[in-house]
Design a protein around this ligand. Structure first.
Ligand code: NZQ
Ligand code: ZN
Length: 393
């Protein structure tokens, strides 16, 4: 097992009616910016619950953070934080609003060019350099409620870039499973597939000796397979909803990643598809993931075989190299079938009409950024990226 540090300071508050606790969680003398997205929180009653809980607090509101949040929009909120001397931010939304708030938190005290936060990957480690924030999660998918990473799009150049650092963990996150009742089916499907792929990014690498981490990952995958198709149909079923939201958090709160290699190339390629064509994040993962596993079969086949055997219950018969490969390919097919069951369209051409030169564009971008190779073995070269993307057309 690799050495690791486990640091996660998020006060994770789970369950029904927990939004009421906001009055105890938000510092009492703070001037609070409530940040939200396109307005779903007004339709499903979450805005009302938040306002009621924070009655008497000094509140400023900032709405309109779009899905795949734009740097340009977030900078307007940064101005408000600076001019109105905001000392606490409350994100009320899904991954986009929470990620947006992480950026606002980091950029508000940043003295240089705020684009550098994204382009130069500046790590935020000092609490004094960020504005503290908490979250009320409304869409389970990204795990952003319990991690310190974020993804922001510079709309002007169609680039989707990451930021993070240990100062960017939320102070608290309220996760009430009943909030998913109002989610459109498409977003529920996205949530299951995003969480599932987060586990695969940290699990489908190569055999190692972190036995417990493998079992953590397999348990999240198996739970998502069990409940995913039904939660999409019955989001008001509390048993399904509560297990789903907990899986999504556990998939990317850092725990399963400790001491093990991880990949993340599916995400890095997928982000380009969202930046270029505005395809939903989870849907880009379903397009790229299975093809990446096929192209990287040599590197990943042992772990794919383990996944096939333990997660998909494919009868083990993996003694010879040929049998390992056969099992690995069956496991990829099971993943494809699952994604299709979850409503994903796995070809790029089914998601956008303008896909023809995508591989060229993505490879050129990676080369421009100096990304020589991705993946757990740093062997997903630009040539492999080209192959994976072309296979996805
Ligand atoms: O904007 P509103 O009106 O609120 O509507 C949103 C949005 O249109 C709607 N929605 C959210 N909660 C709802 C609801 N509609 C009805 N009822 C509710 N309770 O859903 C739509 C999508 O929301 P969004 O926040 O964009 O979805 P998601 O949570 O999937 O977040 C996606 C973003 O997170 C990033 C993605 O790249 C993408 O930008 N990710 C963040 C990660 C992280 N911070 O760790 C990791 C992920 O891999 C991912 O990259
Ligand atoms: Zn993701």
């Amino acid at each position: 097992m690799n050495n690791f540090e486990l640091y996660n300071p998020v006060n994770y508050i789970f369950g029904k009616d927990q939004i009421e606790k906001l009055s105890e969680l938000v510092p009492s003398n703070a001037k609070v910016l409530i940040a939200y997205g396109g307005g779903s929180i007004f339709k499903n009653g979450i805005h009302e619950q938040v306002s009621k809980a924070l009655a008497g607090f000094k509140i400023v509101e900032f709405g309109g953070i779009e899905a795949n949040p734009h740097f340009e929009t977030l900078m307007k909120a940064v101005e408000i934080v600076r001019n109105q001397k905001i000392d606490f931010i409350l994100a009320v939304g899904g991954g986009s609003v929470i990620d947006g708030v992480k950026f606002i938190s980091a950029a508000s005290h940043y003295e240089g060019n705020a684009e550098d936060i994204l382009r130069k990957k500046i790590l935020f480690k000092e609490g004094a350099n960020v504005v503290p924030f908490g979250t009320v999660l409304t869409l389970s998918a990204t795990g952003s409620e319990m991690n310190s990473g974020a993804v922001v799009t510079i709309a002007a150049t169609q680039e989707k870039l990451t930021l993070g650092g240990s100062a960017l963990f939320p102070k608290f996150s309220i996760v009430d499973p009943t909030v998913i009742n109002s989610l459109p089916k498409r977003q529920l499907q996205n949530g299951v597939v995003d969480a599932f792929t987060h586990v695969l990014e940290q699990y489908l690498t190569y055999p190692h000796d972190a036995i417990l981490q493998d079992r953590f990952s397999e348990s999240i995958l198996k739970t998502l397979i069990d409940i995913g198709p039904s939660v999409v149909e019955h989001p008001t079923d509390y048993k399904l909803a509560s297990n789903f939201v907990w899986c999504a958090t556990m998939a990317l709160n850092g725990l399963i990643q400790k001491g093990v290699p991880s990949d993340w190339a599916t995400h890095m390629i997928g982000h380009e598809l969202t930046a270029l064509y505005n395809i939903d994040h989870a849907r880009t993962l379903a397009i790229i993931g299975p093809n990446l596993y096929k192209v990287m079969l040599d590197t990943k086949k042992e772990k794919l075989a383990q996944y096939g055997e333990r997660v998909w219950n494919i009868t083990p018969n993996s003694e010879t190299p040929e049998q390992v490969e056969e099992l690995a390919l069956k496991a990829i097919q099971k993943t494809i079938d699952f994604f299709e069951t979850m409503g994903m369209k796995l070809k790029l051409s089914e998601n956008t009409p303008n896909y023809q030169d995508t591989a060229d564009v993505i490879v050129a971008r990676f080369e421009e950024r100096g990304w020589k190779a991705l993946g757990e073995k740093q062997n997903i070269t630009p040539e492999k990226v080209r192959q994976i993307v072309e296979m996805s057309y």
